[in-house]
Design a protein around this ligand. Structure first.
Ligand code: SF4
Length: 227
């Protein structure tokens, strides 16, 4: 078991510093070439890997051009175009409905405020944060996905379970200017080393500051269960 820094803010700073060194090119892995494609890719990525989303959006983005085309597309056809994606029927409905709203209420442009974005079908705070950060360069919060949720609990940065509460706590301790990057660093480390089922603590740059480190901690703080 590692020994965390004295305060959560100091621990967050240490984590950012070390992961930045480990993953200097960390960034979003979804592919898109405009804000609408970004929005659609993020909606599709819920409970689905970015790799699969990128594969499916390659032909989707070639077929549909602009919100009007999604808005008038038959929902069944759109769903068929997405059929390798988890929950593709529901997601086709979200995309069609969100695009209808974008056409009718936002002159065909993806909105740039948290309230307007979360009013769109299928868009929660997490999706909106990603679109604001990468589509509009507006950083209003910290994206908390499953990797961020798991790592921040393991590292003793939060004891909260719900993403909204975790985000609130992280916003108080993650250094300003790193809110966007923090998510990507956690995702990279979560994929490479601190995986859900079998984290490789023996080869982890955070081992000496991680209270969940498997060497002699018996508990995975992410789940609260024994390793
Ligand atoms: S891999 Fe192990 S030591 Fe590293 S952050 Fe995850 S639980 Fe902690």
């Amino acid at each position: 078991m590692g020994t965390p820094r004295e305060t959560r803010a100091a621990q967050a700073e240490e984590v950012v510093e070390r992961l930045e060194e480990e993953y200097p090119d960390s960034t979003i892995s979804l592919r898109y070439s405009n804000r609408l494609e970004l929005l659609i890719a993020v909606i599709l990525s819920a409970q689905c890997t970015d790799e699969r989303v990128n594969k499916e959006t390659e032909h989707l983005f070639a077929k549909y051009d602009g919100p009007e085309e999604y808005a008038v597309a038959p929902e069944e056809e759109l769903a068929e175009d997405l059929n390798s994606i988890t929950y593709y029927n529901s997601k086709a409905g979200y995309i069609k409905s969100a695009c209808e709203t974008i056409v009718e209420e936002h002159d065909g442009e993806v909105p740039d405020t948290m309230d307007e974005l979360t009013d769109l079908s299928g868009v929660g705070r997490k999706t909106a944060n990603v679109v604001l950060q990468h589509g509009h360069d507006v950083v209003e919060g910290i994206v908390v996905d499953t990797h961020v949720q798991r790592l921040t609990r393991r590292l003793g940065l939060t004891e909260e379970k719900r993403p909204e509460r975790i985000e609130e706590e992280l916003m108080e301790i993650v250094p300003d200017g790193y809110w966007q990057q923090f998510t990507h660093l956690c995702i990279d480390h979560g994929r490479a080393t601190c995986t859900a089922r079998n984290p490789d603590c023996s080869d982890c740059v955070l081992a000496d500051v991680c209270p969940s480190e498997k060497g002699d901690s018996e508990i995975d703080l992410a789940s609260g269960e024994p390793w």
